[in-house]
Structure formats: C-alpha cells, structure tokens
Design a protein around this ligand. Sequence first.
Ligand code: MF3
Ligand code: CO
Length: 257
Amino acid sequence: MIELKTETELAAMRQAGRVVAQVLAAVRERAEVGMRLRELDELASEVIAKAGASPSFLGYHPSWAPTPYPGAICASVNDAVVHAPPNGYRLRPGDLLSVDCAAKLDGWHGDAAVSFVVGPADQADPADLTLIAQTERALAAGIAAIRPGGRMGDISQAIGQVAAEGGYGQPDDVGGHGIGREMHEMPHLANEGRAGRGIRLHPGLVLAIEPMLMAGGHRTRTGADGWTLYTKDGARAAHAEHTVAITKDGPRVLTLP
Ligand code: MF3
Ligand code: CO
C-alpha cells in the first residue's frame, strides 16, 4: 500500500525534514579530529529533543538485525557504507564520515544523510572528495529525474548512471524507500534500473532517495555488530540522502536546512 500525502501532510513532513537538516549541520560542524562517534550521537539526540522530535533510528529493529538499533544517527567511517552504530571510535584526520539521521515530528518522519572528510583540508585524500562529489551528483540526478507521472525507474536509472560513470560500485539490495508516518514505507527504490519502468510517481508520493557509492566493487559484508555494512574489498564509501516529495510542480526536497 502506497500512501500519498496531502499538501497539509507535506507541510508537516517538511518540519520533520528541517529537524533532520539541523541535526546533520550540527554534527558536521562538531565532527572534528578526536571527537568520538558516540559524542556525535549525543549531540544529535540533543538537537532532536530540543526540536520536540524523536529519533527514528533508536530502537528500530528490522528482522535482519540482531539487536534494536542503538543510536539516533548512523556514523559510517571509511569502508563502512551505511548503518554503522555510533561507538567509541575517535575521528582521525582524513576519515570519510557518512552521517545518516531520521527524526519523527508530530507523527511524520524525515530522513537524510551527508558525507564529508574530517580534519584539515590538506589531509583529505582527493579520491575521497571525488567519491563524495559523485555521490552528491547521483542524489541530485535522482531528484532531477522526477517528473510527476514519471516512474520509479527514472530515478533508479539516473542514480545508477552517475555511479557507473564514476566507475563506482553500489551495494546490492539496499536503496531508498517511501517515507511518511513510517520511516520505511512502500515502495522500495532501487539505486539502478531502467527509466520508464516501475511504479508511477504520483503527486503526494514521498521518497527517501539515498545513493551509496563505493570506490571499488559492489560486494559488501556485515560487521561483527550485526549492523554495519562494509565494502567487502575495504574500499571507501559515501552516502547522500534526502527526503523528497513528488508534487504536481516536480520534486520538493523536504530535508533542506
Ligand atoms: N537511511 C537509512 C535507511 O533508510 C537508515 C536506516 S538506519 C537504521 O535504510 F538504523 F534505522 F536502520
Ligand atoms: Co533512508
């Protein structure tokens, strides 16, 4: 069942999306060398609580996971692609950090992610900056492919094309999703596919669009924590995500600042 949202509901979802944008901005600003991932999670929890919202990830327990999710953010470093629970790791210069967060406000969820390199700019590996830029391009291309009355495959193909053009791998089996009163709703959004195929993009459909690009192959492995998805070959990965509504005028990004 795919839930289409009314304009009033989209306005409420925009408020949830704004909270997520605030969290990501705050975490990015504080993600300095020596900071522990767990401290970033505490910061995120504070920003969410101050906004009167609640962390969507905390306690989330999909059937494939061994434990309920233990944090408000995912903090995926270097070869971690997504879903990394924040732990005691201290950030180091040149780390590629992907931060993913979702928050629920007045019954509606927003979900977004950003990736960046930690520490002095001259210690960033240029290859990481290129990977991040291409991941952001994939997200932008996915959003730009949205036409009301178009199809899910339009978005999937646009994302997959940008990943392939960069020579990057994408994990199998993970992708974007519908979002609304639940963080994960129908439909699933594949990060590669064929334009013109799939479910129609009706106004009121809201999607979390989230390309994950890997500077290597497409294979992944799950870490010992049962949650973190790593690249199998140890290559670095980046993640970018926005919650996007389809409207009669085109895409509307709900997780901008
Ligand atoms: N944005 C990711 C997703 O939709 C985040 C999920 S993290 C989890 O899959 F902790 F909630 F699993
Ligand atoms: Co998501």
